[in-house]
Design a protein around this ligand. Structure first.
Ligand code: PLP
Length: 419
């Protein structure tokens, strides 16, 4: 790297990541192989179109890379159609909404609100989604879980064109088969053709590992990111079991909403899918779920108000537990090298920029080697620090002693089916 300014920033960021405990539930560490693909000369290639149908010459090798990524995605998620070109999860959602709702005029979407755990692109006032579509929301039940009869009732009341499931801060399992039944029953009863879409960005790794229901078997189309639990490069993905719909998705991605695909990132996705297809990935994901559950249990044992968890994440109510906002907790934890994010919790009365909670996840820490003992120790450490029992210096030292036993992020490699 000849640019000294950027080189220095990369070095500092590498040190920050190596010396810290990453608990942001949407982050993870891709392997060195994924990063090598991303940093390769494939970035120099223009390849508008799809493998075998490009608008430029010289695409024979990127065609191969993209075809491998598509094949592996299809195998991993057991679908006939995969589009690996979306630049991000938001782009994937933009294109997928378009493909599913084209020709319906100003279409209506029924989703979960951002404050309840949904995503910006699921109808937030600051997102394209609320500009282009009329979005209504279904509430969570008293216990913070999806209430399927209420979703069915809301479907009848709002008569949307699309039911959207899959979330950013929802710690429980989702019954995609139940949602499919609800949509089918509704369509039969009212003679409608409501589509069912799942955004599995957060749980894609859990799905790939076969540790929860596979939404691809039930939804008309499924979007995802590739960089969260799936542990690939930063990017998006769209899958469908319907090849006809696949055609509409292809044109909604290119040329409707994107130009040249990022073939270097697509090669990184192919590498990550090869890793996720290896049996070791399931073991990794089992550890993530176990570590997350143990940490959440420890917080509860210590008397902290925490959500339950059946995924890679849970939510802590820091306002009622420690008398500080989520924003304050995030800042304080950052001072000792623990990275989290403030998050609205169920029934939150704070403004989103403050929030009453924080969201914690163990996908990234487990990739570096966090053990079950580490997960419990981290929960105790956060509790002691936020309660004010242990000072900043001591806690920072303990964080460093934990991460020094883990692998450095630069060296991470994972088993792959593609050796
Ligand atoms: N969908 C969900 C459920 C997410 O949690 C996120 C990211 O946080 C996205 C979509 C958007 O992904 P990206 O940041 O790649 O646009």
């Amino acid at each position: 790297m000849r640019d000294s300014a950027i080189r220095k920033i990369i070095e500092e960021e590498t040190r920050r990541q190596d010396d810290g405990i990453e608990l942001i539930a949407s982050e993870n560490y891709p392997s060195r192989s994924v990063r090598e693909a991303q940093g390769s000369i494939l970035t120099a290639k223009y390849a508008e179109g799809y493998p075998g149908r490009r608008y430029y010459g010289g695409c024979e090798y990127v065609d191969e890379a993209e075809s491998i990524a598509i094949e592996r995605a299809r195998e991993l998620f057991r679908v006939p159609y995969a589009n690996v070109q979306p630049h991000s999860g938001s782009q994937a959602n933009f294109a997928c909404f378009h493909a599913l709702l084209k020709g319906r005029g100003r279409a209506k979407i029924l989703a979960l609100e951002l404050n309840d755990g949904g995503h910006l692109t699921h109808g937030s006032p600051v997102s394209f989604s609320s500009d282009l579509y009329d979005v209504s929301f279904y509430p969570l039940g008293e216990d913070g879980r999806l209430d399927y009869p209420v979703i069915e009732k809301r479907l009848g009341e709002t008569k949307p064109d699309l039911l959207l499931a899959g979330y950013s801060a929802y710690p429980y399992e989702i019954s995609f088969s139940t949602l499919r039944e609800i949509v089918d029953r509704h369509n039969e009863r009212f003679g409608t053709s409501v589509r069912f879409m799942v955004d599995m960005a957060h749980i894609a790794g859990i799905v790939a590992a076969g540790l929860c229901e596979n939404p691809c078997l039930y939804a008309d189309a499924v979007t995802s990111t590739t960089h969260k639990t799936l542990r690939g490069p930063r990017g998006g993905l769209i899958l469908s079991r319907d090849m006809e719909l696949g055609k509409a998705i292809s044109s909604a991605v290119f040329p409707y909403s994107q130009g040249g695909p990022l073939e270097h990132v697509i090669a990184g996705k192919a590498v990550a899918f090869g890793e996720a297809l290896h049996p070791a990935f399931r073991e990794y994901m089992e550890k993530v779920l176990r570590n997350t559950a143990l940490a959440a249990e420890e917080f509860r044992r210590l008397g902290v108000r925490s959500s339950g968890t059946e995924t890679h994440l849970f939510l802590l109510d820091v306002l009622s537990s420690y008398g500080i906002t989520g924003r304050e907790a995030q800042t304080r934890l950052e001072s000792i090298g623990i990275t989290t994010n403030k998050n609205m919790i169920h029934g939150d009365r704070m403004r989103p920029k403050d929030a009453s909670g924080i969201r914690l996840g163990f996908a990234a820490a487990t990739s570096r080697g966090a053990s079950e003992e580490d997960a419990v120790r981290i929960a105790r450490l956060i509790h002691g620090f936020l309660k004010g029992d242990v000072d900043e210096g001591k806690t920072r030292e303990e964080v460093l002693s934990i991460v020094r036993a883990w692998r450095n992020i630069e060296d991470l490699e994972y088993p792959t089916t593609a050796c």
